[in-house]
Design a protein around this ligand. Sequence first.
Ligand code: NAD
Length: 507
Amino acid sequence: MNIPDPIPHHIGGAPTGSADGAAFDVLAPAANEVYTRAAAGGQADIDAAVAAARRAFTDGPWPRMRNRERARILNRIADAVESVDEELAAMESYDTGLPITQAKGQARRAAENFRFFADLVVARSDDAYKVPGMQLNYVNRKPVGVAGLITPWNTPFMLESWKLAPALAGGCTVVLKPAEFTPLSASLWAQVFAEAGLPDGVFNLVNGIGEVAGEALVTHPDVDLISFTGETGTGRRIFANASERLKGLSMELGGKSPALVFADADLEAALDSTLFGVFSLNGERCTASSRILVERSVYDGFLARFAERAAAIKVGPPDDPATEVGALVHPEHYERVLGYVESGKGEARLVAGGGRPEHLPDGNYLSPTVFADVPRTARIFQEEIFGPVVAVTPFDTDDEAVDLANDVQYGLAGYVWTNDLRRAHRVADRIEAGMVWINSHNVRDLRSPFGGVKASGLGQEGGHRSLDFYTEQQAVHVTLGDVHTARFGAEGYNDQDPFFSGAGSTR
Ligand code: NAD
């Protein structure tokens, strides 16, 4: 692994330190040792990055390129991402604590985002309407401008690709502000983009603390859009900061997603999927099935098997291929998660885990933790924990299951397990969530919308929706025949003119 010290910003096509020379420490979560520093961006660095992005937008070729030409570069980016697969997996695992086996798929998924948007931008068509003999109306699609992209620390490179791919496909230029806990893998983007031939200044990156660099990006007068993924509380603050200049906002926020397991379900499949849903990626997953609601007639049996399997999950060093749950990202986050575990012990019945595994005295390790009989009023039922901790709760009827599922501020995902077709669709429809999976864990066709309702987000990413966010749709109307205009100030003014008689619309 090639680890720079400090990890630089990347502005206008060149690596650069902070204007004031500041840097912050970066920890590896397996032992919580400082292994490098990252340049700490401030206002001056954001100003420089935004100016570079603006120059590339105003004077550079990128926004004006034909879609096919841009798509070629996007495909080359995908190839370059795939070629750093091994290095990326090693970096992600080392910096975030993700088990190496789960870090390995990330490059392929990130590359797929670029291929997908390359295809979409070429295949896309826009609306055009003709009113015979009278008017032609068409949509002129234009990139919005400079996009600020602010991303979290869970699977950081892959989530950055969700924003970079559609922003670039749409013709925007960007400034990326990666999460300060995990700046390592983002340093690969500059290398990938240079190799693929992306013009300098189209991509800019500023590392730094959210309240400083992130906030400077959100409030910058020359940034047109902000796409943010992170905590709901941060989203609220960004919403307020962006309101002054009415910036376009896309927000993917927190979740507390329910999995509803009905007695008639394939319980083996539900067991595998709910375990994977909450304990994969160390439980640091926005769509984690962190509340499992189980029909009472199968509750005891399901819970016993769930707890037994959770207790058998291999917790270990992120670089060990046998590890299923690695180290949580940062000691601050670890303390927060432990706080929830302690609070859960007073709110519900602990049936697995509940603390640090004995064989791992250092680093941010937590045994997969299962609480049973969790009441809806408990903090561990209501609040996002973002770690390997799950709340299991029984229900008696469909209505009660839906009521429990919806009784939180979040609405990101939901999972329904039943073999009753009618119930499956009825319940899915009643769940207040942006995404529902029926008899499935979290797999998604990239064309479908991704996003949350309630406190889980604003707007949706995925397919055309992402391109719509990064592009303006200008409506152009052309008169085909004679122009009929009420002749203000002219002799022979006619109040029967169609303009005044309500026929102003051409339809
Ligand atoms: P976070 O909100 O703490 O930080 C996210 C990013 O915002 C970081 O880059 C941070 O530096 C920056 N930031 C912080 N304060 C800021 C401010 N005032 N102005 C501008 N930027 C600021 O989130 P996190 O802890 O990094 O990530 C975990 C959260 O992300 C969880 O809540 C999780 O559910 C959510 N998440 C949501 C999705 C989704 O698609 N809905 C996906 C992944 C993660």
